[in-house]
Design a protein around this ligand. Structure first.
Ligand code: NDP
Length: 297
């Protein structure tokens, strides 16, 4: 029988640790770590994500402010806000919630954020540092959360064959970067698959740890999973379900009911990777504050 990896409980544990470190910094330096979230436009999902991050910051004792701009905000106004936040000592972390309205260039905006405040880890400097395995890099919260989830669940990655489904800059690629590094929590043999991969199911069946991050509801079926594998489901897909209270519900990229009995351990959706993502964002923000206030470790 498989073990359910309780991302909610692990994230709570991590948020508790982050909260203690934030309180210690406040005591030593007279200010709490600060996160600025920039939200452009009215995208419903983005509003929910930003609200959840803001709430989580407050609960952990971080200073958090949300800066809202209208959906027709000119490029110059958004860049000027980022410049202001870059220079503001109250903020150790800046996140610009994606996606941005189509007239704005996401890459330009992400590259405007100071790398040492880029707690989302999307600036090319941090992407490069993570790939090179250099200290002091901010890794994106979702893949960093997956590494942390595996570590806290006692699932070793050293020598394991990890197959990552999906090659996005937010999940698949940075996760592969992290897991292929030398050292604790890494040392894996990594295969990355995508929509052009041939014999996808064969790759999946060779995985000791299978990570699904493709955004296709219940795509991974039981016959794609090796007996005794660990399965991490990153996907968040809303499907219609007349029996659900709102007529729809969230499912992952893995057919959970069919796959779970075969695995050693599996993450649920919701309550798996999602909560860890927010906790890692807080961890990056506190780490940024610690570096700013006390220098590198
Ligand atoms: P993207 O759409 O950016 O990337 C999807 C990746 O999956 C692409 O590399 C794509 O291949 C690949 N893919 C799509 N269809 C298939 C297929 N049929 N077979 C093989 N590969 C396929 O998505 P994200 O990485 O941003 O997100 C993935 C999922 O994770 C989504 O459901 C998203 O909601 C969720 N997510 C969850 C988070 C959390 O905190 N839990 C955080 C971020 C995302 P190609 O490159 O060839 O197009």
């Amino acid at each position: 029988m498989s073990t359910l990896i309780d991302g909610k409980a692990l994230a709570e544990e991590l948020r508790g640790e982050v909260g203690l470190e934030a309180a210690a910094l406040l005591q030593r330096h007279g200010r709490a770590p600060g996160l600025a979230a920039v939200l452009v436009g009215e995208d419903a999902a983005s509003q929910v994500y930003v609200r959840n991050k803001h709430k989580a910051c407050q609960q952990a004792g971080l200073h958090s402010e949300v800066f809202r701009l209208p959906s027709d905000c000119p490029r110059e106004r958004l860049l000027a806000l980022v410049d202001l936040l870059n220079a503001d000592p109250a903020f150790d972390g800046i996140l610009v919630q994606l996606p941005l309205p189509a007239h704005l260039n996401e890459q330009e905006v992400l590259e405007r954020i100071r790398p040492d405040k880029d707690v989302d880890g999307f600036h090319p400097i941090n992407v490069g540092r993570v790939l090179a395995g250099l200290p002091g890099a901010f890794a994106p919260a979702t893949p960093a959360g997956i590494v942390e989830l595996l570590r806290r669940s006692g699932i070793p990655t050293a020598g394991a064959h990890v197959v990552v489904l999906g090659r996005s800059n937010i999940v698949g690629k940075p996760l592969a970067s992290l897991l292929m590094q030398k050292g604790p929590g890494a040392d894996a043999t990594v295969t990355v698959c995508h929509s052009r991969s041939r014999e996808l199911a064969d790759h999946c069946r060779r995985a000791d740890i299978l990570v699904a991050a493709i955004g296709r509801a219940r795509f991974v079926s039981a016959d794609m999973v090796k007996e005794g594998a660990v399965v991490v489901d990153v996907g968040i897909n809303r499907i219609e379900d007349p029996t659900a209270p709102k007529g729809s519900r969230l499912v992952g990229d893995v057919d959970f009911d069919a796959v779970a009995p075969r695995c050693r351990a599996i993450t649920p959706v919701p309550g798996g990777v999602g909560p860890m993502t927010i906790a890692m964002l807080l961890k990056n923000t506190v780490e940024s504050a610690r570096r700013r206030l006390e220098g590198p470790r």
